[in-house]
Design a protein around this ligand. Structure first.
Ligand SMILES: [Zn+2]
Ligand SMILES: [Zn+2]
Length: 232
């Protein structure tokens, strides 16, 4: 059977596989232009050759070097991510990882190790796959960098973080994420790129970054498929 290529958002026929039709492309909020070097948030103004950071990152420095995101978590991007996360559409991870490779092009380093933000096993059973691990695997293929899907694991079942403040999230997450005891050697002295589907406050990524640093990793970078515009 041969299926004609279709837009992965609306299902319209398109020219190429794993893409968006023209109208969905225009309606998808890709992040471009000047961004915060730390969290990938789009910023007004023009690049002047110096490091630019948003107010949040200047106020509370991130435990990682640089961060980027491909999309703003809004409109069509939001529905694509929800489809990837809850809609059992793992095939969306491939084009999504391609966008992430583009958005994260300044982050990649030689011998970097890519690792996803871990999902608790009970949630893994319910969802059948960890969307961040899927993104990490595809990103590895796009960049040629090594991927370790279980570099970090969740020790406790963490409650859903939506609707919590940054402080509450940090509290809930501290000690919840630890390196896999048999994967410790893989990050010794190496730069690690943490991958997540959505970055909100960055609390989960911060916990992951600290866990990697404590375990002997060199520099940590973060790359998300989408960035929530402002922590609610
Ligand atoms: Zn479309
Ligand atoms: Zn920032």
């Amino acid at each position: 059977m041969i299926y004609p290529p279709r837009c992965m958002s609306c299902g319209e026929l398109t020219k190429a596989d794993f893409g968006l039709c023209g109208s969905c492309w225009r309606d998808t909020p890709f992040i471009g232009g000047v961004v915060c070097e730390s969290c990938g948030m789009p910023l007004p103004g023009e690049a002047d050759g110096h490091r630019i950071e948003c107010d949040d990152c200047m106020k509370t420095p991130r435990p990682w070097q640089d961060g980027r995101a491909a999309l703003l978590y809004d409109g069509k991007a939001r529905s694509l991510i929800l489809a990837l996360k809850h809609g059992d559409r793992p095939e969306l991870a491939r084009p999504a990882a391609r966008w992430m490779a583009q958005a994260g092009r300044d982050l990649f380093r030689d011998d970097m190790l890519i690792a996803p933000v871990p999902l608790h096993w009970s949630r893994l059973l319910k969802r059948r796959y960890n969307q961040s691990a899927l993104l990490a695997q595809h990103l590895g293929r796009e960049t040629g960098l090594e991927v370790c899907v279980d570099l970090l694991v969740r020790r406790l079942k963490t409650p859903v973080l939506d609707g919590k403040t940054a402080a509450e999230r940090a509290e809930t997450l501290s000690d919840a994420i630890v390196p896999h005891s048999r994967r410790l050697h893989r990050m010794q002295g190496r730069d690690v790129l943490l991958v997540d589907d959505v970055m909100t406050s960055g609390a989960t990524l911060a916990v992951c970054a600290r866990a990697c640093l404590a375990a002997g990793a060199n520099h940590i970078f973060v790359l998300a498929l989408a960035r929530v515009a402002k922590d609610a």
